[in-house]
Design a binder for this molecule. Structure first.
Ligand code: CUK
Ligand code: CUA
Length: 640
């Protein structure tokens, strides 16, 4: 078996080198197959708007990026899991609680999979959810404000990767765990992993305002749960997770986790477990996890530490969990728009294994089992097999759908996207990706109604696609027109961080409130000054609270005296403007937090601890009027 693996790896290495050589050869050739009118098809004239919003994960930047399609223009970076100096997110007193966890304040995250909320299996434009892989968390971003409103930590999880996909009516956002760990955490020898570690899968209920709360955790065997997808249509009520390392190897996983010819797709009947839990099933265990919520009235986030979580042993609920054998360490787990096909992208294979949901149900009824793993039935491979896509390519990772009966699978090693037909499994087209594609994305591709006009590929290597910017290159995305029989490459655009996945929606389905959001007469911030009469400076021991206002083009107060070295000064800055497009900034010399960008009607706070006596200036960082350069002030600092 080891030998097989070595040979296989060598073969892959050979092919990979080959692929690189090929792509080097292609330098300068510039995708010769481009049609003459592609420029027109991606051109969005000045003042015109794009057809789609695309939300690309920022990977290890921890944030979410908003692009327009087809133009490929980047509109915004929404801070989610990482501090963001541009507007003070994660620095200001109001927003630091958003980054609180049971491990303390974490200024960074690794974001992988955005998913848009759904109603009746269609994306509905209310929220985007995204997972943080490293310190397990799920965030909810409002598509009314394009701001992060809520972050929930996932207890007992490690490597929150198979997340954050939503069910058809956003009943749940689901989080799986890539690393299995002791459950609950405890001190034990690592080599005793097998049988003792667990891989909890977490079902987070979402209420109609978007509020998240952990409903239950399913205590699964200690495999690596890599990716997941909800069922839809007939398979609504089920959730599917790819697993690898069913060997439960704790060291040298690159070899030891590839011993088994097949790992599993775990099929979880969450409706059954939901019912079980509603009737009092499950057991509360200790947990420690942060739940952080931003309140638009007080402009403040609060972080609450939770202490308990409900855990369910899958063996307690008859018929709740089954394993479907799936070859070659599957990565992506993708369910087609009808809900009938579940595709396992076995990354060490050239073929794709497609399971049939209706066959799976029959196999369960007939108890067509080939064994069990930790008392969970393993369905026989043939009993659920819907079809095999042969010779797709090398290193399949992810599959998306166009809603017209076609699937599009990315192949990392052979660096291409392959279009194939659901049901007949025949390969219809293949197009190169430049280079080494990870995920692809079709707007609504993870829903019942994809919008099969465009597809983007998100590529891991940029190399020669743009002017070189040093050894560190940004990743790259490519836009394909998929409305015809053949995929047509239209556009390259750079991405930021590592965009693992993306979600997109027709622009007219999103209703952003980009006009005035914070009304002064509704401002309930504890330190707000809603007019210049309310500005003041209040000393409490060595803490000084400055209630400050901004309006074109001055601060009030703009001269501060009576501050001493050793004080901690809180600048609570309220922007008195009520025109939606006039933010002001605030920056203080020597402040080691960041600046603030204060939206109209909003109050934000940063702190400053002066180190030396003197007269120290502050100023507005956002060009707000013709007299923006005059918008400044001084603080006098005296010695103790
Ligand atoms: S993963 Cu990155 S290519 Cu995190 Cu979805 Cu597959
Ligand atoms: Cu206010 Cu510039």
């Amino acid at each position: 078996m080891k030998n097989f693996f070595r040979i296989f790896s060598l073969a892959i290495l050979g092919i990979l080198t080959q692929a690189c050589n090929n792509s080097d050869n292609s330098q300068g050739k510039k995708s010769g197959a481009l049609a003459s009118n592609v420029a027109e098809r991606v051109y969005v004239a000045p003042g015109e708007h794009d057809e789609f919003y695309a939300f690309l994960s920022g990977g290890y930047s921890g944030n979410l990026l908003v692009y327009g399609l087809p133009s490929g223009r980047m509109f915004k970076e929404i801070p989610v899991f990482s501090q963001f100096p541009t507007n003070g997110y994660g620095y200001s007193e109001e927003t630091t609680p958003m980054l609180n966890t049971s491990h303390g304040f974490i200024p960074w995250g690794d974001a992988h999979h955005p998913d848009i909320s759904q109603t009746n299996g269609e994306t509905d434009g209310r929220w985007v959810f995204i997972n943080e892989n490293n310190t397990p968390r799920i965030a909810r971003i409002s598509l009314e404000t394009f701001e992060t409103e809520e972050i929930i930590e996932i207890p007992h999880s490690a490597g929150n990767h198979s997340s954050s996909f939503v069910t058809e009516n956003t009943e749940y956002v689901v989080a799986g765990t890539r690393f299995s760990v002791p459950y609950p955490q405890k001190d034990m020898p690592i080599e005793e992993m097998k049988g003792n570690f667990k891989g909890p899968l977490t079902f987070i209920a979402v209420d109609d305002k978007g509020g998240m709360s952990i409903d239950f955790q399913l205590k699964m065997p200690g495999f690596n749960y890599d990716l997941s997808h909800p069922g839809r249509g007939d398979s609504h009520g089920w959730f599917f997770f790819t697993t690898y390392n069913t060997e439960e190897a704790h060291t040298m996983q690159e070899v030891n986790a590839s011993q088994n010819d097949k790992d599993f797709i775990a099929a979880v009947n969450w409706k059954k477990i939901q019912e079980y839990v509603k009737n009092g099933g499950g057991k509360e265990i200790d947990a420690e996890y942060a739940h952080n919520v931003f309140d638009h009235k007080t402009h403040n986030a609060t972080s609450t530490m939770k202490k308990k979580v409900l855990t369910v042993d899958p063996r307690e609920v008859e018929g709740a969990v089954f394993f479907m054998p799936t070859p070659k360490s599957p990565h992506g787990c993708d369910v087609d728009p009808s809900g009938e096909y579940i595709i396992g992208n076995g990354k060490l294979s050239t073929d794709l294994t497609v399971h049939s949901f209706s066959k799976m149900i029959k196999a369960i009824e007939n108890e067509d089992f080939e064994g069990e793993a930790y008392d969970i039935p393993i369905l026989s491979f043939e009993s659920t097999l819907g079809g095999t896509v042969k010779e797709g390519g090398l290193g399949p990772l992810h599959t998306e759908f166009d809603g017209k009966g076609n699937a599009y699978t990315t192949f990392f090693i052979s660096s291409e996207v392959v279009k194939w037909k659901l049901g007949t499994w025949e390969v219809l087209d293949r197009q190169p990706a430049y280079y080494s594609v990870g995920h692809n994305m079709i707007p609504g591709g993870n829903s019942r109604k994809p919008d099969g006009k465009y597809m983007i590929s998100m590529n891991k290597i940029t190399k020669d696609r743009y002017l070189p910017t040093g050894p560190e290159l940004e990743h790259s995305a490519q836009l394909y027109d998929i409305s015809g029989d053949k995929m047509e490459l239209l556009l390259d655009f750079p991405t930021h961080g590592e965009p693992h996945y993306a979600a997109a929606i027709r622009a007219d389905k999103v209703k952003p409130n980009s006009r005035k959001i914070y009304r002064l007469d509704e401002n309930e911030h504890k330190y707000a000054a809603t007019s210049e009469d309310e500005t003041k400076m209040v000393r409490e021991g060595n803490e000084v609270h400055v209630y400050m206002t901004t309006v074109r083009s001055h601060f009030s107060p703009d001269n501060l005296e009576g501050i001493k070295v050793g004080d901690k000064v809180y600048f609570h800055v309220t922007n008195l403007e009520q025109d939606f497009d006039v933010p002001h900034g605030f920056a203080m010399i020597g402040a080691n937090t960041s600046e603030l960008l204060i939206m109209p009607g909003q109050t934000k706070t940063i702190t400053w601890e002066p180190k030396r006596e003197g007269i120290w200036p502050f100023y507005c960082t956002d060009f707000c009027s013709a007299l923006h350069q005059e918008m400044q002030g001084y603080v006098r600092v005296s010695s103790k």
